[in-house]
Design a protein around this ligand. Structure first.
Ligand SMILES: *[C@@H]1O[C@H](CO)[C@@H](O)[C@H](O)[C@H]1NC(C)=O
Ligand SMILES: *[C@@H]1O[C@H](CO)[C@@H](O)[C@H](O)[C@H]1NC(C)=O
Ligand SMILES: *[C@@H]1O[C@H](CO)[C@@H](O)[C@H](O)[C@H]1NC(C)=O
Ligand SMILES: *[C@@H]1O[C@H](CO)[C@@H](O)[C@H](O)[C@H]1NC(C)=O
Ligand SMILES: *[C@@H]1O[C@H](CO)[C@@H](O)[C@H](O)[C@H]1NC(C)=O
Ligand SMILES: *[C@@H]1O[C@H](CO)[C@@H](O)[C@H](O)[C@H]1NC(C)=O
Length: 843
């Protein structure tokens, strides 16, 4: 057997094995006394899915017996027998001994590895099953019999295959866990293991072994199973292609998965640097697509915010104390070192029975090794609460099983550690607090109810006042033209539909600050969706139906007067289009100015585009629809609505995606609210984002619909390439995305721009057309750029040649300090000709 040599690719465990490339003939079974030797014959499972034989990692002479995918063109080993003791030449063999033991031996019959089985089997056979399991059974037994004398699935290496169990047989205290390879060429057990910890409510952990002393350090915690998924893997909620199983009884504690559609091939692997990945094979791009990777972010470290701290990857400070707690060490906390955690403000008062609970939503449950769990399905949330109140050492509780209406009970004692929040997919946790802290947290149930009632009353009465005022005004102004809208008055509630667009009745409501505070849990960090250019955005639930909304809390220092603000709102409310985020209501009280928008389930385009894993969810058809949607929304703003709106800050993070991945432009009214577009020619303060700004806008503050067209062009290139314009893509020539695209286009290599996440199924014509249009949009001179209506016509055509040839774009590179336009550099805030350019990072 000879090796093919090739550079190992970094992302894929890539071992080149000649046997894979040879037509494999053979059986799936070894009988007693038979041996597999290196003569090019492998065991091939009955369905042809897996092969077992000898292989050597690239660049080494070490040989191993392993199992790999037989039908997949990228060699992928999933199991290794003699991990610790490789063969050093071609004279090894794999034998099935008469007592049912499988052994790997060298030329001198030295046993390098053998299957450890205590049971002796009469008349044994070893068979490679089509799920990748090598089993030893008695020849007399039916192969569908599940009790094998030995099976490779019980001794996983670094890969979990469908049907393979991870975890414990409690009768025999036998544990199955994954362990990484030492390196890409050495399958010996490496630093990282992945398995189930039985302490408390059983949890999945990844551990690392540090140094010689063989101490096991937790590296990442997937946490306990909650009936649907592991609490630390919220992405599992969207795993439609898998069926997930977890069993915890007195026999065993195990996790396994199966494929719902067996035409998909998927595996879970722990790699040498401790990353855990779930990969799905994509045949047409010959690629193992990582649909999930852990650790995902900073909050995935073990307890980064210390005891009773909550980690929030989306927040600027990242660590927050649980409600009713304060930093144990305020000094280091201020320096963003959260490891000391938080302590209670007020000690619990169990004896008097005055303690209560605060509800945290969207969390990863804290470490359950110091918890007790009761999986009984008849235990309700109310009973769990009573149990916790009745035990003075209980500090928190949660439902053990969140499927259906929820059941079971987990109770924690002592500090709550390794707690984090998720934007979606988290669960509920009730934390016990002293009565004093519950009051200050304003989340005591009775208080909450009072607040809800009061705010409903306040909203109703305000709405009534507003309605009456409006009615009076309507009667008075029935004949006045619409221009009256911008007069010094309140004009909201029902208005007539805008011409030419969806004739929805434009209902926009005024909400009280109490309602908003309530809906967002007093602007809790946990509800924060992000930070936009004009303020922070929070998720909230409004009203009885718990309608999900996004609330934008405008920065206090930059807002205008009440009446002006209201007039602006009515203007924005009139802008309705299916590619614009809809304004539902607003709140205005003293200093607060809050805009309430429909909630977009899939967040921003930015979060998909520049993320390897999520990027793969955007195939070309979806991206094409997103481009067309954005173009339509922008056309509406520029030309079709009653008011000509220049967005001025169009970028990937200002395009939100709904449930069906339809794009909606957000922040389109902001420029108006901030009264900065008084003239379309020259603005005092340039608002925009570096990388999306047209040259004339960044340099001279000249802003027109054509500067939006420029931003649109940049956005289209980002959508196609999955790359940010700000990056440098040709270090030799210092080219940014525009320059890079231009050079590819000139060479006739436009398709090289395509994001590899798109895979190989796309329309080349559509992509080339979009690149050409984008290049027209980013041309240096505004007058050369097409208008949005022309752009939509171009997008509609199938004749690419009819689209004019683009000229060299503006801003093709990051230029040196002495060149023209030198002042635009890679800084977030800079000054050009006394213009202050303020740039805002994405939310
Ligand atoms: C097998 O034995 C021979 C003779 O003792 C020795 O030279 C050779 O190195 C051995 N092979 C291996 C793989 O240990
Ligand atoms: C099977 O035979 C081999 C070699 O004789 C021996 O090392 C092994 O312990 C035996 N296994 C069992 C289960 O008896
Ligand atoms: C645990 O192992 C024993 C001995 O191999 C076996 O009989 C039993 O069925 C196993 N239990 C489970 C739940 O697999
Ligand atoms: C392990 O996987 C992670 C995540 O994909 C990757 O960043 C890292 O480079 C991989 N490590 C090795 C040694 O391949
Ligand atoms: C609890 O009871 C003790 C003694 O009865 C009393 O001193 C204390 O103030 C009570 N605490 C609260 C919070 O009511
Ligand atoms: C309270 O809970 C702890 C931990 O769950 C347990 O060890 C203890 O027995 C419980 N005490 C009572 C009185 O139930």
């Amino acid at each position: 057997m000879r090796l093919l040599t090739s550079a190992p690719t970094p992302t894929i465990l890539c071992l080149f094995i000649t046997t894979l490339l040879r037509p494999s003939i053979g059986d799936d079974t070894l009988t007693s006394g038979q041996a597999l030797v290196e003569d090019g014959k492998n065991l091939i499972s009955a369905g042809g899915s897996f092969a077992l034989g000898f292989f050597a990692p690239t660049g080494t002479d070490n040989r191993y017996v392993g199992i790999w995918y037989n039908k997949i063109s990228v060699p992928t080993v999933v199991w290794v027998a003699n991990r610790l003791r490789p063969l050093t030449n071609l004279h090894g063999s794999l034998k099935l001994l008469a007592n049912g033991t499988i052994a790997v031996t060298d030329e001198n019959s030295t046993v390098l590895w053998s299957s450890s089985s205590s049971a002796t089997v009469r008349n044994p056979v070893a068979q490679l099953l089509d799920d990748g399991n090598l089993v030893v059974r008695s020849a007399a037994d039916d192969k569908s019999n599940v009790s094998f004398a030995w099976q490779s699935f019980d001794y996983p290496t670094d890969t979990l295959l469908p049907g393979m169990k991870l975890g414990w047989n409690l009768t025999t205290r036998f544990n199955r866990q994954l362990s990484s390879w030492t390196s890409t060429v050495d399958p010996a057990p490496g630093k990282f293991t992945f398995g189930i910890d039985l302490e408390g409510d059983p949890q999945i952990f990844e551990w690392s072994f540090s140094g010689e002393q063989e101490t096991k350090q937790p590296q990442w915690r997937a946490g306990p199973w909650n009936g649907l998924r592991f609490t630390g893997v919220p992405q599992m909620q969207s795993y439609n292609m898998f069926s997930l199983h977890f069993t915890a009884d007195d026999q065993e504690v195990v996790y396994w998965f199966e494929m719902v559609d067996t035409t998909f091939v998927s595996r879970l692997v722990v790699n040498q640097s401790g990353a855990l990945r779930r990969l799905v094979w994509v045949e047409n791009s010959r690629w193992w697509n990582p649909i999930w990777v852990s650790p995902m972010d900073w909050c995935d470290e073990i307890s980064p915010c210390g005891p009773n701290g909550v980690c929030d990857a989306g927040a600027s400070l990242r660590c927050e104390c649980l409600p009713g707690f304060r930093p144990s060490n305020p000094a280091s906390w201020d320096f963003r070192d959260g490891t000391d955690g938080c302590a209670r403000k007020t000690a619990l008062d169990c004896k008097n029975g005055t303690d209560g609970f605060v509800l945290l939503q969207g969390v990863k449950l804290p470490d359950t090794s110091r918890s007790t769990v009761d999986w009984t399905t008849t235990v309700s949330a109310e009973q769990c609460r009573e149990r916790c109140l009745g035990n003075c050492s209980c500090t928190a509780y949660a439902q053990a099983n969140i499927s259906g209406s929820g059941s079971g009970c987990i109770m924690w004692t002592g500090n709550l550690t390794d707690l984090r929040v998720y934007v979606s997919g988290g669960q509920e946790l009730y934390v016990r607090l002293a009565a004093a802290d519950l009051r200050s947290g304003s989340r005591n149930d009775s208080i909450t109810i009072v607040i809800i009632i009061l705010s409903i009353l306040a909203t109703l009465s305000l709405a009534l006042v507003v309605y009456c005022k409006w009615k009076r005004r309507r009667e008075r102004e029935a004949t006045r033209p619409l221009a009256g809208m911008s007069s010094h008055s309140i004009s909201l509630a029902r208005q007539q539909g805008d011409e030419g667009t969806e004739a929805n009745n434009l209902e926009i409501s005024l909400f009280s600050i109490d309602a908003v505070v309530n809906a967002t849990d007093n602007f809790s960090v946990m509800n924060k969706l992000g930070e936009g250019g004009f303020g922070s955005v929070y998720k909230g639930k409004l009203g009885e139906e718990q309608l999900e909304v996004a609330m934008k809390r405008l920065e206090r220092n930059s807002v205008q007067g009440v009446d002006e603000f209201k007039n602006e709102i009515t203007l924005i409310a009139k802008l309705q289009h299916r590619n614009l985020v809809r304004l539902i209501g607003y709140c205005i009280q003293e200093e607060e100015r809050i805009l309430i928008y429909e909630y977009m389930h899939n967040g921003s385009l930015h979060s998909f585009l520049f993320d390897k894993v999520k990027g793969a969810l955007l195939n070309w058809t979806t991206r094409y629809n997103i481009i067309i949607g954005i173009a339509r929304g922008l056309l509406y703003l520029h030309e079709d609505s009653r008011f000509r709106i220049i967005h001025r800050d169009l970028k990937a993070s200002n395009v939100l995606l709904d449930k069906y991945m339809n794009p909606k432009i957000s922040d389109f009214g902001m420029a108006r609210i901030f009264k900065e577009d008084e003239t379309e020619v020259n603005t005092k303060r340039v608002v925009g984002t570096y990388g999306y700004m047209s040259p004339e806008y960044a340099m001279d503050g000249i802003c027109s619909t054509k500067s939006d067209v420029f931003s649109f062009g940049v956005l289209v290139l980002e959508i196609i390439s999955g790359k940010k314009n700000r990056g440098i893509y040709n270090s030799a020539r210092n080219l940014n995305l525009l320059g890079y695209t231009w050079s590819l286009w000139k060479e006739g290599n436009g398709l090289k721009l395509v994001d590899e996440s798109i895979g190989y199924s796309f329309s080349k014509a559509e992509i080339l057309k979009c690149i050409k249009i984008a290049l027209l949009c980013v041309q240096e001179h505004p007058q050369d750029r097409p208008t949005m209506s022309t752009i939509l016509l171009m997008v509609g055509t199938t004749d690419i040649a009819s689209i004019p040839q683009p000229q060299q774009p503006g801003f093709v590179g990051i230029r040196g300090p002495n060149e023209i336009n030198s002042s635009v550099s890679n800084h977030d805030s800079l000054s050009v000709n006394n213009l202050s350019i303020t740039t805002f990072e994405g939310r």
